[in-house]
Design a binder for this molecule. Structure first.
Ligand code: 13P
Ligand code: SF4
Length: 310
């Protein structure tokens, strides 16, 4: 089948199975164009919690698809390529969280959603890059065990008087660690009129050069609201496709063309088609883990929703 035929076959299967396609902002452009909904981790969690389709084809990495499965225990969630695993999410084993809880009995556990379900089941509440300071500051506890991303922990610490204890000591995203302050400085000199939008998974020295530090969807909102005509985008390059598509009159300069998340790019149209055709690669979270992880995820959605409606 050629790409057009695959696309049509996917749309037909989608109708037959009453399915919906969700895609993260870093997905290949052809997948974004086919998706019913595109977003960051928070958008996708919120959206998946209210869809009435019976099947969700989730084009993102493992922890995002797990979130959709956790929030939708009666629906089937498929992932086109089960090897799309976020390496950062694997950096925090559940056992490490249990040990830290024993060492810090008075601390609240706030885990970035970029964590696998078993560890998330140990959390009091989860957070995303769009709401991490808000979630931490909404809690009563003064000590916060926070993981796995050390840079996001630093970002939160700059915005909170609470004591943030990173867990593990050096969790990181290999894509966001590719950006160097020297490269960003050069771009700033070359484009002095540009706003610099930086993801909080970047190193503190890179965050310090930002005009705004945002989640991927917050970058879209900023590009829309800002009077600036030019933006330096300091995150995975996939987001730049969407920015250029949605704001054709503005200019988007990727800070690094090679900042590619290999795991996000594992999904292809052909794999979407095969997963839908065979209803394969079902995302399964054991019910006892799902119940606990759901409580932590729903608490995040509740705090985040409350802030939106304040
Ligand atoms: P966002 O929630 O900001 O889209 O980030 C997800 C992610 O994995 C960033 O690397
Ligand atoms: Fe994980 Fe980094 Fe890829 Fe995001 S960009 S999915 S944090 S490896």
């Amino acid at each position: 089948m050629n790409p057009e035929q695959i696309k049509n076959a996917i749309l037909k299967l989608k109708d037959e199975h009453n399915a919906i396609i969700l895609a993260h902002n870093y997905q290949r452009e052809e997948i974004q164009l086919l998706a019913d909904y595109i977003g960051d981790s928070l958008d996708l969690a919120r959206y998946s919690a209210k869809v009435d389709a019976s099947l969700i084809l989730f084009c993102g990495v493992d922890f995002m698809a797990e979130t959709a499965a956790i929030l939708n225990p009666k629906k089937t969630v498929l992932i086109p390529d089960p090897e799309a695993r976020c390496p950062m999410a694997a950096q925090l084993p559940a056992q490490l969280v249990r040990e830290a809880k024993r060492e810090h009995p008075g601390a609240a556990v706030v885990l970035y959603v970029n964590t696998l379900a078993e560890a998330r089941a140990e959390a009091d509440v989860t957070c995303t890059s769009a709401n991490a300071p808000l979630i931490v500051n909404a809690l009563d506890e003064e000590e916060i065990l926070f993981g796995p991303d050390r840079n996001l922990a630093w970002f939160v610490q700059q915005r909170s008087d609470k004591k943030i204890i990173p867990l593990p000591d050096r969790g990181y995203c290999y894509v966001h660690r590719m950006f160097s302050p020297a490269d960003i400085m050069l771009l700033k000199e070359r484009y002095p009129d540009a706003e610099v939008l930086v993801h909080p998974e970047c190193d503190p020295e890179v965050q310090n050069l930002a005009s705004h530090i945002c989640s991927t969807s917050q970058m879209l909102l900023r590009a829309k609201a800002s009077p600036a005509k030019r933006f330096i985008i300091v995150t995975e390059v996939g987001l730049v496709d969407r920015l250029r598509r949605e704001f054709p009159d503005k200019e988007f300069i990727p800070a690094l063309e090679t900042a590619v998340c290999k795991q996000m790019k594992k999904h292809t149209l052909e794999k979407l088609y095969l997963a839908l055709r065979d209803k394969k690669h079902v995302v399964r979270v054991p019910p006892n883990i799902a119940t606990k992880a759901r409580a932590a995820t729903e608490r995040m959605l509740e705090i985040s929703g409350r802030a939106t409606h304040d």
